[in-house]
Design a binder for this molecule. Structure first.
Ligand code: ADP
Length: 257
């Protein structure tokens, strides 16, 4: 579905490369997790995929088509961005999600757009919140509505930048399980960055470890080990295997966050 080849980008002509030969592929319904220190280039990579920044070299193809040549509307029907939080002012949940369909309806929503929103709210068990003002809701609920709005775009790929950054542990689990469900049930690809390695291991999928604008290691959970983490984060951790599940802890015994 998504095929990125040898992508490079710098913010200014004389500044260093922030993306330096990035290769990344993701299949339908696959979950890809970008990991790496702050400043390693994760957000910049998302920006090039979302068309906010134009790469200096390389290619991004979506089902074989050149994503970099697509109009914003064409891209929006393939890829939706899920922000950490939505601030649309005093809109209802229903209208916020309806906004996700703007690339379909142009300037005025039709009956089929409303039906699509109703179906998504039902599916995500958000119907009871439909008439509520988004601003009154909790962080976890707002994030869920951000996912609903992205789904209203009927994309093939959802892009999340640190989706659990502002959430407590219960809402973290809620959002990660929602992402997993969307990928498994709808075959929608997920590309997300995460800070917490245990969250990433919990979510599962393909791991892309970035450092200084390069993807240094890519593969399934089996690639997560102490030397990879040392290389990527300059951090000393232990990776334990508990009942077949990997857990990353600090060398001093505390759970790595
Ligand atoms: P990450 O998401 O992994 O934290 P970013 O993609 O945000 O990394 O940043 C990668 C590098 O690009 C960093 O060195 C950062 O300082 C730089 N950078 C990010 N945004 C800008 C910008 N708008 N202008 C110039 N440099 C930027």
């Amino acid at each position: 579905m998504l095929e990125i080849k040898n992508l490079s980008f710098r913010y200014a002509s004389r500044s260093p490369l922030v993306l330096d030969g990035v290769d990344l592929t993701l299949k339908d319904g696959e979950i890809g997790i970008l990991l790496g220190k702050n400043g390693s280039g994760k957000t910049t990579l998302f920006k090039t995929i979302l068309g906010i920044r134009k790469p200096d070299g390389g290619s991004i193809r979506f089902d074989g088509e050149d994503l970099l040549k697509m109009s914003r509307r064409e891209r929006a029907r393939r890829i939706a961005y899920v922000p950490q939080s939505i601030h649309f002012g005093a809109l209802s949940v229903f209208d916020t999600v309806l906004m996700g369909r703007v690339s379909y309806f142009g300037y005025k929503a039709g009956r089929e757009d409303e039906a699509a929103v109703e179906a998504i709210l039902r599916d995500m068990r958000l119907e009871e919140l439909a008439a509520r003002n988004v601003e009154e809701l909790s962080g976890g609920e707002r994030q869920k509505i951000a996912i609903a709005r992205a789904l209203a775009q009927e994309p093939r790929l959802l892009v999340f930048d640190e989706p659990t950054g502002n959430l407590d542990i219960a809402n973290e689990q809620l959002i990660l399980s929602e992402a997993r469900r969307v990928a498994a049930e709808k075959g929608i690809g997920i590309l997300t960055s995460l800070h917490d390695l245990n969250q990433a291991l919990d979510l599962g999928g393909r791991f892309f470890f970035m450092k200084e604008g390069k993807i240094r290691f890519a593969g399934g959970p089996e690639i997560v080990n102490e030397s990879v983490i040392r290389e990527i984060y300059d951090a000393e951790v232990r990776v334990l295997d508990i009942e077949g599940k990997k857990i990353v802890i600090n060398r001093n015994g505390g759970q790595k966050t």
